[in-house]
Design a protein around this ligand. Structure first.
Ligand SMILES: Cc1cc2nc3c(=O)[nH]c(=O)nc-3n(C[C@H](O)[C@H](O)[C@H](O)COP(=O)(O)OP(=O)(O)OC[C@H]3O[C@@H](n4cnc5c(N)ncnc54)[C@H](O)[C@@H]3O)c2cc1C
Ligand code: SF4
Length: 585
């Protein structure tokens, strides 16, 4: 598709920074309303199908699907024992990637850690700098939030409520469901509202056993709610429906785009309107302001390859660079009118940073399935989601908020249970006999949004483009520790209730950042003194500035955030377009 050139003499209706879930959604909504939009993306436009190769068998890959030997990806110990920046010490490796970059299929999608360093406390920061950002490889679990999340303070007194309720956002969740497609099964749970689902995937034997086993405990296991179209989308020519034929459980996307990704789901359709100009390789380093009014006037960006500097003008600036990069950009954008960074009169930019804590979980074996013939369980976008059950009706004595589990069982392209011991024919036989009988699950818990958990700019360290790096001041607290202890106990108790043989119980809490669900660095609220954005993700300080990604979240809940990021962004962009029509921006 031909890409129009950026016109530096023109004032665009809106410039969007970042092309992931948030930036893509903003491009879709605004171009569909006739606005002339420029989308700037720091990374390359990759030949993504060639990267993902969802049909490739491990034995057809020179490195069996892993990184080539000249590259290294950080592991749990390295993240935990070393301190950021993580580059020093790995000089022998040509490339250094985050833990998600451990596969041959993701190596070009995630950043090189040495080019993109950060400092401060330990943090496994996964960044995808390419068109579509992290949506190219996301796990697709697409969950809604509820008033248990939006009004969590009313229930336990901690933090702040959101300035919206579920009823404000529900119509936008519906729009996202219908435009992008989602699979799942209705459960009628008030704490995990249903979507408008397409055809669901099926639970396999062990998963059904677990579902039935925990029913008597009042707990709910449902099919993985996947941001994947299983029935197809007549309005989108860039995406196929899922026909269950690939390595969905492998980190590394879907090369027929049944799973949502921002380029095929949002950006290419937006380009077809004729209203979108896309410029990859454009690293935005500052949101500029009009010295007379203090309003945003455009952005300054560097060509990521030639290092040339540009300025482009726009009536509205939309920051969608992902939670931490967006905070970094606001902090970088200092001016006489905004000496603390843009939109930061409250001092809350970079603060209230939250996410999900991961690690505790359980692996078991359904003994009655050992020796059964293999089934095709990989060709589905996910296994199961075991929903939150803590602090709903009863109050847990040790911690507030909740957690859920993601899990799965059955035969996959990369067999489960490869920690079996032995060699030769007996070893192969052992793997074959058992791999369909394994079942595992791991917890995702809410990390509380605390003011002291924050990021700021490192005074010394800069990235490859000469832009100050981010510095982390972020640690899990007591609530997260107690929640993780409980996660481990309940995981085991539920596998026991299902009658599985318990093989391993993990009590290890993974490094901060592992969930890749960072949120909250420019939270929304009604009070400009304690929040950065209003309920429409519009800056309290700078009316023509919107921050439409996970930064706006007030708390993390325990549900995965991407569907909510897009629903909120859609709502904000509807408001933005209305305000622009009224001449208010
Ligand atoms: C392996 C993996 C599994 C995941 N699983 C799930 C899941 O199951 N469910 C779920 O809800 N979420 C999941 N996520 C998280 C999900 O991908 C993110 O929530 C989502 O992509 C966030 O969208 P975003 O637009 O805010 O950020 P991104 O998708 O990261 O996009 C941001 C874009 O901005 C660009 N950018 C950054 N800085 C600049 C700059 N200065 N100038 C220009 N461009 C810039 C980046 O290059 C990037 O393309 C997962 C993520 C990963 C990596
Ligand atoms: S199972 Fe479906 S969503 Fe997953 S890779 Fe295959 S086609 Fe794509």
């Amino acid at each position: 598709m031909p890409e129009p050139e950026v016109d530096l003499s023109k004032t665009y209706d809106a410039v969007i920074v970042g092309s992931g879930a948030a930036g893509g959604m903003a491009a879709h909504v605004l171009t569909s309303k006739g606005m002339k939009v420029l989308l700037l993306e720091a990374g390359k436009k990759l030949n993504i199908e060639q990267e993902l190769r969802s049909m490739e068998w491990p034995y057809d890959n020179a490195n069996r699907g892993f990184l080539p030997p000249d590259s290294h990806s950080l592991n749990f110990n390295e993240y935990t024992i070393r301190r950021p920046p993580y580059g020093p010490g790995f000089e022998k490796s040509k490339h250094l990637r985050s833990y998600i970059g451990s596969s041959d299929y993701t190596k070009s999608i995630v950043v090189d850690e040495r080019e993109n360093p950060y400092t401060g406390t330990n943090y496994a920061w996964v960044r995808a700098r390419c068109l579509g950002g992290k949506t190219n490889i996301w796990g697709r679990l697409a969950l809604r939030l509820s008033d248990y999340d939006f009004k969590a303070k009313d229930r336990d007194g901690f933090g702040e409520n959101w300035p919206i309720s579920y009823s404000d956002i529900a119509p936008y969740y519906d729009k996202v469901d219908l435009y992008l497609g989602i699979t799942g099964v209705k459960e009628n749970l008030d704490y995990l509202p249903d979507s408008i689902f397409q055809r669901p995937t099926k639970l396999n034997c062990a998963e059904l056993t677990l579902k039935q086993g925990i029913q008597k405990m009042g707990r709910v296991l449902t099919q993985y709610r996947a941001g994947v179209t299983s029935d197809g989308l007549k309005h989108n020519k860039y995406r196929s429906r899922c026909y269950g034929r690939g390595a969905c459980s492998r980190k590394g996307g879907c090369d027929i785009h049944a799973a949502f990704d921002s380029p095929t789901g949002l950006i290419y359709p937006a380009m077809d309107t004729g209203n979108l100009t896309l410029r990859p390789n454009s690293t935005v380093r500052e949101v500029t302001v009009d010295p007379a009014t203090g309003k945003a006037s455009g952005v300054r960006f560097i060509d990521s390859q030639t290092m040339k500097d540009y300025h482009v003008k726009a009536r509205v600036v939309i920051v969608a660079a992902s939670t931490l990069e967006s905070a970094r950009l606001l902090l970088l954008s200092k001016s006489r009118q905004h000496p603390n960074g843009l939109a930061n009169s409250s001092g809350h930019v970079g603060h209230n940073f939250c996410e999900h804590v991961m690690g505790p979980g359980v692996t078991g074996r359904a003994k009655d399935l050992v020796g059964n013939p293999s089934t095709l369980d990989d060709g589905r976008p996910g296994g199961f989601y075991l929903t939150r059950f803590r602090n709903l009706k009863e109050k847990h004595p040790k911690f507030i908020r909740g957690y859920g589990f993601e899990g799965g069982s059955g035969s996959t392209m990369f067999p489960r249970g490869t920690d079996a011991h032995g060699f030769g024919a007996a070893f192969k036989d052992e793997i074959r006999k058992n791999h369909g009988a394994y079942i595992e699950m791991g917890g995702f818990g809410e990390v509380l949004a605390r003011y002291e958990n924050h990021v700021d700019l490192d005074p010394l360290l800069k990235d490859k483009w000469g832009i100050p790096a981010l510095r982390f001041h972020y640690r899990f607290g007591d609530n997260e520790r107690k929640m993780c202890e409980d996660m481990k106990e309940t995981a085991k108790e539920m596998f026991e209730a299902a009658g599985f043989e318990i093989l391993h119980v993990s009590d290890r809490t993974l490094t901060e950042g592992w969930s890749i669900h960072e949120l909250g660095t420019a939270r929304m609220g009604n009070d400009p003194k304690t929040s950065v954005l209003n309920q429409f993700e519009q800056s309290h300080d700078v009316k023509n500035l919107f921050v439409v990604d996970g930064s706006a979240f007030v708390n993390a809940s325990c549900q995965n955030p991407t569907w909510s990021i897009m629903a909120l962004c859609w709502r904000s962009c509807d408001y933005l377009a209305d305000e622009m029509k009224k001449g208010n921006l």
